[in-house]
Design a protein around this ligand. Structure first.
Ligand code: NAD
Length: 475
């Protein structure tokens, strides 16, 4: 497999170059770096048909063999870590080191998912009957991934969907299709034809998938607005959906925190991957006793951080991934300026090519500010002051989002007590963003429907089937 410019879709085990092409841009330079196929409706139909044809064979493959293939796929990704790393940086923008972390995570996620098992529940084993519930594949899964973590978020879906015996059609974001297409080349060498198909395309392709009668399930990761459209479009054929959507995570910093110890970690909770993480800290509530020292420590650290092209040595934060998101973050900054909020650092647009925005921290804006209420998904953090614990929990929960959140403090019991009051799918104490293929991850409220990860996530790729066998014929 060569990591050069020849990108093709994978349909029924064949490379399909397609009839039209989409440009892929390096966000650090705004240069077109590759073209990928723009899938037609007919090509999507072929991908769905290929996946459908592969269902009986794959579903009947012993689970031990499916696990072995997923392990092989994970190993194949890990063996090409360096090539994938460069590709992810060039299409997504993140620094090499973070890209390497993502690729490694992607490989291990496949292997981690392969370690899960499908449970069988014995409901009754009496003289009369034997009843058990097992979990059978749904059929064909349509997987739609976003641009912030193009590889690992696709693997969140590939691992459990295939382990459970489904086949798939996977669509990466049009902003970051390259690493997924290279992954498809590895899959073509390891999986039977049709088990995993990869299609790329523009704005028409997602809706074609979600409304296509050939899919049994849509597994979607992206924004809450799109998630609602996905659910609506999946309804007429009652496709199963898993929706992993947006968030507006609060970090709550307790008065007993050791400022020197946590400042750097809190900084990265908000700014890792340029803030483009669904579970990035998007609002930081700091107790008034430590507000000023933490504010100063965050600002001092922010001034040391190097923003630049992710392929350059020493870069810690890359560009925003794409122009629409860049414009959206700039709009939020402009709104904060118009309202007269205090900028502690940043706030100015960098006058260089590439979608660069400097690290920006805003000093205690009002609770109803757009930068507090909306998901910024960029390097702009509102720092908010609180005094009362009940009040801060109320503020943290006063949102339609409910994805993640964190509480930071030396007194772990106190921090845990507060953490349990946060209405979100995952809450961390004294850390954040730690996910595992063994643990369920998902959103409450409008941050999602269903979960990924863990046995709970695996079961979302199955139908529960109860088999009841009578042992005695009635007299
Ligand atoms: P997005 O909703 O714009 O796009 C996500 C994917 O959906 C892309 O592949 C896109 O092409 C496709 N799409 C767009 N319109 C569609 C439609 N009408 N029907 C079907 N598919 C469609 O999201 P994005 O901007 O790529 O990603 C950023 C968002 O994703 C943020 O809100 C972030 O919080 C969220 N996110 C959530 C998680 C999670 O696990 N909860 C993880 C990462 C990102």
């Amino acid at each position: 497999m060569a990591f050069d410019g020849d990108y093709a879709m994978l349909i029924g085990g064949e490379r399909v170059r397609g009839s039209a092409a989409l440009d892929v841009v390096n966000p650090a330079t705004e240069q077109v770096i590759a073209q990928v196929p723009d899938c037609t409706r007919e090509e999507l139909d072929r991908a769905v048909a290929a996946a459908r044809a592969a269902v009986p064979g794959w579903a009947a493959t012993p689970i031990a063999e499916r696990k072995a293939k997923l392990n092989a796929l994970g190993d194949a990704v890990l063996a090409r870590l360096d090539d994938f790393k460069r590709l992810v940086t060039s299409e997504q923008g993140k620094p090499h080191e973070e890209a390497a972390g993502e690729v490694m995570g992607a490989g291990y996620w496949l292997k981690g998912a392969a370690a899960l098992d499908l449970p069988v529940t014995v409901n009754e084993d009496s003289d009369e009957r034997y009843s058990e519930t097992r979990h059978v594949p749904l059929g064909v899964v349509g997987a739609i991934a976003p641009w912030n973590f193009p590889m690992i978020l696709a693997m969140f879906k590939v691992g459990p969907a295939l382990l459970a015996g489904n086949t798939m059609v996977l669509k990466p974001s049009p902003f970051t299709p390259l690493s997924t297409l290279r992954f498809a080349e590895l899959a073509a060498e390891i999986l039977p034809p049709g088990v995993l198909n990869v299609v790329t395309g523009g704005d028409r392709l997602g809706p074609w998938m979600t409304s296509h009668p050939g899919f049994d399930k849509i597994s979607f990761t992206g924004s809450t607005a799109t998630g609602k459209r996905v659910m609506q479009s999946a309804a007429p054929t009652l496709k199963r959906v898993t929706l992993e959507l947006g968030g507006n995570d609060a970090a709550i910093v307790m008065p007993d925190v050791d400022v020197e110890k946590v400042a750097e970690e809190l900084f990265w909770a908000a700014f890792r991957n340029n803030g483009q993480i669904c579970i990035a800290t998007k609002r930081m509530y700091v107790h008034e006793d430590v507000y000023e020292p933490l504010r100063d420590a965050l600002v001092a650290y922010a001034r040391t951080v190097k923003v630049g092209d992710g392929s350059e040595q020493g870069t810690q934060i890359g560009p925003i991934n794409n122009k629409p998101q860049y414009d959206r973050v700039l709009d939020l900054i402009q709104d904060a300026k118009d309202k007269g909020y205090q900028f502690l650092v940043g706030g100015e647009k960098a006058d260089v090519p590439g979608y660069f925005i400097p690290v920006t921290i805003i000093d205690n804006p009002p609770e109803d500010a757009r930068i507090v209420q909306e998901e910024q998904f960029g390097p702009v953090l509102p720092l908010l002051k609180f005094g009362d614990f009940d009040e801060v929990v109320k503020r943290a929960n006063a949102t339609d989002y409910g994805l993640g959140g964190s509480v930071w403090g030396e007194d772990e019991d106190k921090a845990l007590e507060l953490a349990q009051k946060i209405a979100s799918g995952t809450v961390w104490v004294n850390e954040t963003q730690h996910l595992s293929p063994m643990a369920a991850f998902g959103g409450m409220k409008q941050s999602g429907v269903g979960v990924e990860g863990g046995v709970e996530g695996l079961l979302e790729y199955t139908n529960a089937q109860t088999i009841v066998r009578r042992k005695k014929v009635l007299a």
